[in-house]
Design a binder for this molecule. Structure first.
Ligand code: MG
Length: 299
């Protein structure tokens, strides 16, 4: 606050507990608007439980809870009076800024707080955090499948990794079936169509294009919907090349492209017992599943 005062003192200030991650924009706006009519505005919530006094393990009385409120943050103040109050009462032990303001005689408006604006203080509060997260987000799944033909060449691109091979995958882009299947899985999870709709093969911009940009785009769509990728699981189906020696590099590459931890990416490989397109070496297939979490109201 002293630093603010020396640089660019604001007219109003909101003081917030970093331990309250669920503060809403509506509450922030309500506190700011309240400051049009008062010097200090404090969000408060009623106490739903009965309140007792206890001494040496014995209930000694009941407190009328109708007058009691729990104070939350952000607590809003006009800047000049609250910094002055802090300077004046800097040696006094208090639990919040509202108490300092009250000591300085600042009148405080009680603004309705929000029950979900909880404070994460103790390890057991994490359980409540998880419950709130579960109530806030829903998990969505999507699947993707892709096949590309093998033709003349000396390498294949799989999962963004260049693997030396006696043939190459043929396609409009770099034909990375693994990244294409993953892209479709993510698009599927958010109901955003398929890779062909976002990157039409007839569009020359995607000719020989590295496929990481398709996957990045799908991740960015998940993020702009307020969501996040939980995990992806990919199966590559081919007789050759042998995927196992490259699977760690592919996991790292895919995790990097998607901006997720490597343990959120699983890669498996299988053959089709020399049967069909992937068995006779004319093509490579990939299938993927993705889980994403979306805000409940957007899902
Ligand atoms: Mg494809």
């Amino acid at each position: 606050m002293e630093h603010l005062d020396k640089s660019e003192a604001p007219d109003r200030i909101l003081i917030h507990d970093a331990a309250r991650p669920f503060v809403s924009t509506e509450l922030i706006s309500a506190i700011l608007h309240s400051l049009d009519d008062c010097v200090g505005a404090i969000p408060v919530v009623a106490i739903p439980d009965s309140v007792k006094t206890v001494d040496k393990g014995q209930i000694t009385g009941a407190v009328d809870r109708s007058m009691l409120r729990q104070a939350q943050t952000p607590q809003g103040f006009h800047f000049a009076p609250i910094i002055e109050a802090h300077r004046q009462y800097k040696d006094v032990d208090v639990t919040d800024d509202a108490e300092i303001a009250a000591l300085a005689g600042i009148s405080l408006l009680a603004v309705p707080g929000e029950p979900q604006n909880i404070k994460i203080t103790l390890p057991e509060d994490i359980a409540q955090l998880r419950l709130l997260e579960r109530a806030t987000y829903v998990t969505r799944m999507g699947t993707g499948f892709d096949v590309h033909r093998l033709g003349q060449g000396d390498h294949v691109m799989l999962g963004g990794v260049r693997i030396a091979h006696n043939q190459s995958l043929i396609g409009h882009s770099d034909a990375d079936v693994a990244l294409h299947a993953l892209t479709d899985a993510l698009l599927g999870a958010i109901g955003a169509g398929d890779i062909g709709q976002h990157f039409p093969p007839e569009d020359d911009r995607w000719k020989d294009a590295p496929s990481d940009q398709f996957l990045r785009h799908a991740v960015s769509l998940v993020q702009s919907a307020g969501g996040k990728v939980v995990n992806v699981d990919l199966t590559i189906i081919c007789e050759a090349p042998n995927i196992a020696p490259h699977s760690d590099a592919m996991r790292g590459s895919i995790a990097h492209i998607m901006g997720v931890d490597v343990d959120c990416v699983s890669i498996k490989a299988t053959t089709t017992e020399r049967l069909g397109t992937t068995g006779d070496g004319t093509g490579i297939a990939a299938q993927a599943i993705a889980a994403v979490e979306l805000p409940r109201e957007r899902a």
